[in-house]
Design a binder for this molecule. Structure first.
Ligand code: IDP
Ligand code: MG
Length: 149
């Protein structure tokens, strides 16, 4: 079953949007299989954003993500990687479509509330970076027959 890694960034938590953000993915019908509130080490932040290491915003991004707690999550479902990216919206909240999380709740690219894996292979890398296998819970929601034919 396809899985993606999502993380509510410090701004999402400070603004009291944890429930709202989780609700969007629950409402859609995806299954939560991993969840933890945590302070992020600089090492983890740098590894997570390794592809952006040479970008001018890298240092600020690492500072921000390590500045206050983050909610790390793994969600499961058919097509969850691409669908979660649509629910999240474009990187810049100012141009993200209304109805998306970033479009509804943000105005600045450096405060865009949530991270979502951009591809299946990225999701696998990020899930193993942030979670141990023991922290992930496989379960079959009772709702399944009402979400899938
Ligand atoms: P994504 O989060 O939509 O996948 P990426 O291009 O992978 O966007 O960038 C990772 C994160 O780096 C963004 O979510 C944002 O927090 C930050 N970021 C990207 N571009 C900029 C920028 O131009 N200025 C400041 N921060 C940026
Ligand atoms: Mg990205």
């Amino acid at each position: 079953m396809e899985r993606t890694f999502l993380a509510i960034k410090p701004d999402g938590i400070q603004r009291g949007l944890v429930g709202e953000i989780i609700r969007r993915f629950e409402n859609k019908g995806f299954t939560l299989v991993g969840l933890k509130l945590m302070n992020v080490s600089r090492e983890l932040a740098q590894q997570h954003y390794d592809v952006h290491r040479e970008r001018p915003f890298f240092a600020g991004l690492v500072d921000f993500i390590t500045s206050a707690p983050v909610v790390a999550m793994v969600w499961e479902g058919d097509g969850v990687v691409a669908s979660a990216r649509k629910i999240i919206g474009a990187t810049n909240p100012l141009t993200a479509e209304p109805g998306t999380l970033r479009g509804d709740f943000g105005i600045n690219i450096g405060r865009n509330l949530i991270h979502g894996s951009d591809a299946i292979e990225t999701a696998q890398r990020e899930i193993s970076l942030w979670f141990t296998t023991e922290e992930l819970v496989s379960w079959q929601p009772e709702l399944t027959p009402w979400l899938h034919e």
